[in-house]
Design a protein around this ligand. Sequence first.
Ligand SMILES: [Ca+2]
Ligand SMILES: [Ca+2]
Ligand SMILES: [Ca+2]
Ligand SMILES: [Zn+2]
Length: 290
Amino acid sequence: MKKTGLLTLSLALSMTFLPNATSASAETAIIDSQGNTVEIGHVLPKAKTKGKQTFDVPSRVESNTTADVLNEKGKKIKEKSIKKSKEQDPSSEELFGLFDWLGGGGTGTGTEEPPATTDRTVTVLVAVDEEYRAAHPDWQTLTTNIIEKADDGFTRDHGIDFEIKAFAQWDSNGNSASEILQDLDRDFNGNGYDFVAGFTRDVNFNSGGIAYVYPSAPNGSAISVNLDQGAENTWHAAQHEFSHNYGAGHDAQGSGIQCIMNYDYSYQVDYWDQEHDNEIEAHKTWFGNE
Ligand SMILES: [Ca+2]
Ligand SMILES: [Ca+2]
Ligand SMILES: [Ca+2]
Ligand SMILES: [Zn+2]
């Protein structure tokens, strides 16, 4: 009798909660290691095309920084300095401008994009897993180029400069992208960085990228993980996942809306539609300093 009663009750409960469970199934809400209620963004599909595998030229670094290199336990083992790109020097921009004006242009250097003004700096801990490090002995340089390319849209459109302050040797564990994201959260959150960006080649990471989506400024660091899909696809994924950290959701696929938050364009464009531009602008103060 008791068994029947329980069965009836559990059936009634599942009937009651089924509609909710169905509508909420796209996003899963959890509590992260710092007590934030977060949604785990839909898993970004892997790119359909291979894209450029390497960087032909180093990405634009907006400012000089020194990053700590940390072992799996978070202990500092050395430092790496990252130099600001020379093209960012205002005097050389002026020289290029003059050169173009004199009719000597044609190299195409530095003329497409005006120098961006930055009024916000955010800090990043880059966590690179054992599989990624084994595949890329130059993992610090590679992930620097990825982060520094991923932040160019943020700098250009929102005045936000991402600065790498640490490289961590991460031991990734989990049976899915979602579990691996939570593993990174447990391993490296709470160390004072605005963002913790993971890079993985773990075979269980069944996504192009994944991130926590915050409803408000989070306690601790904002967490994301990107799959190694070569230089070009991975920096697009990183920009998409950082946007989730700022609270941005997705545009409807098939809508034709050109935005990095639309899966149809995630690996093709480096800008946002008006709605997501407004959202990032409204949430800009969640991270970093002026
Ligand atoms: Ca950059
Ligand atoms: Ca930067
Ligand atoms: Ca692993
Ligand atoms: Zn997404």
